[in-house]
Structure formats: C-alpha cells, structure tokens
Write a protein that binds this ligand. Structure first.
Ligand SMILES: Cc1ncc(COP(=O)(O)O)c(C=O)c1O
Length: 389
C-alpha cells in the first residue's frame, strides 16, 4: 500500500525539543539512575483546593455538558473584570475568549490574523511554539536580533514589512521583564508601525519586582484595537493540566478567534472552567502568594549559586521561573543540544538547550524544583563544565 502523503506544511513543523530531554530523563529515572531535572516548564505545586472543590462540585451537580463556545458567561465576566481593571481596557465579557490553555488562545488569535506569507516578528530567544505556530499558518517568523527585544528591532521589522508580532514579558526562557522605559519605547514603535500584537502575559503574576509588570497597554492604551492579551491559570495558580487560557482583545478579534475555535475544540472543558472561575474570583490568593514567595526564594538561591562561578553569565530573572545561562565563556562555541544530552547521560542533570529557543550557547535552568535539586543541579552543571575544560 502506498504511504500516506503528509501535508508539506505539517512536515515542516519541528517537534518539541524540550520533550526529547524530558522523555530521556524519565527513561533514565525509571531505570534507577539518580537524575536531577531542572527542565520543568510548570510549577511543582498542587493546584489550589478552591479550584479542585469548584470543579468537583460542578461535576457532582451534573454541570458536565458543553458550555457556550466562548466560555461560561460568569467566567468571561470575571476575566473581563479582573484584567479589565488591570489594563483599563477589555472590561466587557465580549472581549474575552476562553480556550484550552494559553497556547490555544495564541493559536486561535493568530489564525484570525496571519495570512499566507505574512512576516511576523517574534522575540529572541523565543518560546519554542511561536515560530512553529506562525509557520503552521503559512506565515514567516522573523526573530529579533538581540536577546531582549528593543524598539529599534520593532521599527526595523516593520520597515521590512512585518504585519504582526508576539511579545512576551516576563519571558520564557530568560525570565527577563522589560522596564517601563523599554515598554514605552516599544509601544510607540508598535503604534507607529500599524502592526498587530499578541502580548503573551502567561507569567505576568510570577514577578519578583515590587510593582506590576510594565505593560504595552498601560503605555499606549490606544493600541487596544490591535493588541490582544493572552493569559490563563496554568502558571499563576499551578493549573497547567486544566488547560484553560484566556484571550482578551477587541470583540471583533475575539469573535473571529471564537469562530475558529468553534470548528476545532469548541468550548474548553466545562469543569475546568468552573475551577478556573474560583481562582480568577480570588479564592486562591493565599496559595498563589505562598507559591510566589517560594519561587522568589528559589530564584535567589539559584542565582546566588550560579554567580559563584564566574564562567557562567545570565540576565537576572525578574519573572517566570527560569534562569537562562550563557555558557560561551566556559565552553566556547557550543552545540547545546549535544551538550544537554551528554550532561544528562554523564552527570544526570536535565536542562533545556538554548538552541530550542534560538539562542545557541545558552541553557535554560528551571527553578520550579526543590532547594536540594537546585543545589545538586547547579553543582552537577559546574562539575560537568570543569570536566570538559
Ligand atoms: C511563554 C509561554 N506562553 C504560553 C504557554 C502556554 O501556556 P498553557 O499551558 O496555558 O497553554 C507557555 C507554557 O509553557 C509559555 O511558556
């Protein structure tokens, strides 16, 4: 029988580089090896009891059927209230689309605006899904030049015909947060360019500064007609498996994205929407703040251990739960995918290679791990590097 012919566009998509490392780490662990994993992209805390109780109650009471495609009306209302207050726009439930995780929110929003051949600016280093999501729609991802997107990169991309861009602060993988000044300059550049923007704010509340994360919308509220905010419950409330994400945008954009969703997944899982409503309404603030302060302490621990080794350099992570370490001073030119495989096989430490994020020479360490794993992990990294030189 003839082989199935796959669509060239699907064939051009890369699989997740992070999965290769995590799968191998799990295999080695199962075989009895002592493996330390600093590769996690999710909080290592249980989901808040308020979410679990609300989801359970919904199921016991028989609220297990479809909801409206765009989400439970009370959840859309609560999301519009919370983020509408934060940003000063999008306070109408019509601005809100509830989807199956923030990744799905981004995919729906993009599908509504990316046309064949469109150049789309993505930040460097990028979250692994951005370029593949753009390519999936026939668009052309164009990466920023520096490792921290600047206004001049936005202006340059616009001058070369970019139609839209993705913005991500706090960033995965660097944990960097753009300052008020940088945000204001980038917002001006976007306003001048006419590009649409998806602001991926999934780490917005995992922030170690004392003021809220600076936001493009607060710098330039007039961007609202072509700026979409993406957020969700995954990271803030440790609910990654619930698969609930929120898009907030002009109702024309959310309606179009909702139409796309109505022909793919339909509504996000009903019981998960009820659980999410509980946390969005503020019934898990205690757990959220406890988790944030644990992450803050772990960030300080990881950064202080790493800075004892002058061969390692990294930008201070002000948000998320990652440190993005540059190894070029220690190791010279490096194939980080091969480096991470050897590090795992020989030293028993799982990290994510910078190549997965478009930043060869770097590795991502996650501090969504216990203090003892952080201590062991940094030691293993340093020992491994010492053994190579
Ligand atoms: C930058 C960024 N955006 C979006 C997501 C997706 O979030 P969700 O699990 O809600 O789909 C992630 C998850 O790792 C992420 O790191």
């Amino acid at each position: 029988m003839a082989d199935i012919r796959f669509a060239p566009r699907a064939e051009s998509l890369l699989g997740s580089a992070t999965l290769q490392i995590t799968a191998r780490a799990a295999e080695l662990k199962a075989s009895g090896r002592d493996i330390v994993s600093l590769s996690a992209g999710q909080p290592d805390f249980p989901s808040p009891p308020a979410a679990i109780e609300a989801a359970e109650k919904a199921m016991r009471e028989g609220r297990t059927g479809y909801t409206a495609n765009a989400g439970l009306p009370e959840l859309r209302k609560a999301v519009a209230r919370k983020w509408g207050t934060l940003h000063g726009v999008f306070d109408d439930p019509a601005c809100v689309l509830v989807s199956c995780g923030a990744k799905h929110s981004i995919a729906n929003l993009m599908e509504a605006v990316v046309c064949e051949g469109d150049r789309i600016l993505i930040p460097r280093p990028w979250w692994v899904s951005y370029p593949e999501m753009v390519k999936r729609l026939g668009g052309v991802p164009v990466a920023g030049e520096s490792n921290h997107l600047t206004a001049s990169e936005v202006r340059h991309a616009a001058s070369e015909g970019a139609r839209g861009m993705i913005f991500n602060s706090p960033s995965n993988p660097t944990g960097r947060v753009h300052s008020e000044k940088e945000i204001s300059e980038i917002a001006d550049a976007i306003a001048d360019s006419g590009m649409w923007v998806i602001s991926d704010d999934i780490y917005e509340f995992l922030h170690y500064g004392d003021k809220p994360v600076p936001h493009l919308l607060r710098a330039r509220p007039d961007l609202a007609p072509r700026l979409a905010v993406v957020t969700g419950v995954s990271k803030t409330w440790s609910m990654t498996g619930w698969r609930i994400g929120f898009a907030l945008a002009d109702p024309k954009w959310t309606a179009m994205a909702g139409r796309i969703q109505s022909h793919t997944t339909s509504n996000a899982p009903t019981m998960c929407q009820y659980g999410s409503l509980a946390v969005v309404e503020g019934r898990a603030e205690k757990e959220r703040l406890e988790m944030l302060s644990a992450f803050h302490a772990r960030r300080d621990l990881m950064c202080s251990l790493l800075s004892q080794d002058e061969r390692l350099s990294f930008p201070e992570p002000l948000g998320a739960f990652y440190v993005f370490v540059d190894l070029t001073k220690a190791c010279g030119k490096l194939d980080t995918a091969a480096f991470c495989i050897s590090l795992l096989e020989e030293e028993g430490l799982a990290l994510i290679p910078g190549s997965a994020f478009g930043a060869e020479g770097c590795v991502r360490l996650s501090f969504a791990a216990s203090n003892s794993d952080i201590e062991k992990g940094v030691k293993r990294l340093r020992d491994f590097i010492s053994g190579r030189v």
